[in-house]
Design a protein around this ligand. Sequence first.
Ligand code: AMP
Ligand code: ZN
Length: 434
Amino acid sequence: MVLYWNRPRECMERGQLEVLQLRRLQKTVQAVYHNVSYYREKMQEADIYPEDIRSLADVVNLPFTTKQDLRDSYPYGSFAVPLSQIVRLHASTGTTGKPTVVGYTREDIDAWAELTARGICCVGGGKDDVVQVSYGYGLFTGGLGMHYGAERMGASVIPTSAGNSRRQAMLMNDFGSTILCCTPSYALLLSEILKEAKIPVEDLKLKIGIFGAEPWTEQMRDEIQKRLQINAYNIYGLSEVMGPGVSIECPEKNGMHIWEDHFLPEVINPETGEPLPDGQIGELVISCITKQGMPMVRYRTRDLTSITHEKCACGRTHARIARIMGRSDDMLIIRGVNVFPSQVESALLAMGEVSPHYHLVVTRENNLDILEVQVEVSENLFSDKVRSLEGLAARVKKEVENTINLGCKISLVEPRSLPRSEGKSVRVTDLRKI
Ligand code: AMP
Ligand code: ZN
């Protein structure tokens, strides 16, 4: 039986949905034009005005918004309402400089809770569930975002936040958590901790995992599902646009529904900015059409995916985006070849001989890029027989090189020697001085 949180909205006929989207887009464009200086300036520069948005297709004439625009307007310059109407601030820490600040009005928080509740319900959650939220609570949107949704849905929420993993494992067991929300890498770590703590997964009540905030692969899903004996679902979001819950899988596990009554998605060619047709991989661009505090219009997410508008077997009419394959700025260019960490992950996990823990190190020697893939040997395969490890390294090398079309060095490391992550994992160390 398919459960919906808001059936009329989730299964809205597309024509009606588009009418609603257009009305909301027009209102949002009016609001940002009049209240946010960089939107006004960019729109005037492009000679486009709010009244020029007559159809949804006109969205392509609006200028893009980028993270740089948010940095330039730090901290509050991108808010479309006075600070007195902002009830919550979150921030996303970048690799350099100041964080990106996001602000929510009371209505924004309400809509966010509604959408995360919709998402939890979409993967089969309900009010009888015990939801352990192991995303970090704080400036990061993961923890509080899922918390409000689970509470709105009527579930019992355990706000463990990330970290203190032994305790997490104990609480999961004692409190009978049925749904776990965290990053996929943390789910993997928790599975190891449960084993260490001698808590058999069969004894747990856990049945669903809602994992996101970082790229992961289908192979990683299989691994986590097997280890925790659950159904694992992919959830996507970003703080600039809202936080977790912008998009989530349904039980079909065939793309993530993006809630189009609140967001207008596009996929563009990241180089030219041109829109791409359904099914082609490009950069996801999102316009918020209901947000008040900080409505992003044509925000360039840098996330690479494709979109489909085909109706889903679950009955929901909202478009679906494919698993995020990486960020355009995560892409490594090694000796001229484009490499995504997710490609290495799927090659490693498809082999079934190594553990899901890996790290990429890129260096440059004599003007030549060198990619080293560090991967942990599985506990059961770990042996001190040098010859068998050499054979394994050669097999891993062949598999990875075939996938990425590039020569690399494989370093097999001992089980549990690579750093574990409680939140977003760092998969790459780029030591090239370019
Ligand atoms: P933040 O704003 O700090 O929450 O980070 C948002 C970013 O995390 C997105 O732009 C994506 O790059 C990444 N992200 C979030 N959810 C997923 C997901 N399910 N798969 C891949 N990447 C994700
Ligand atoms: Zn569906």
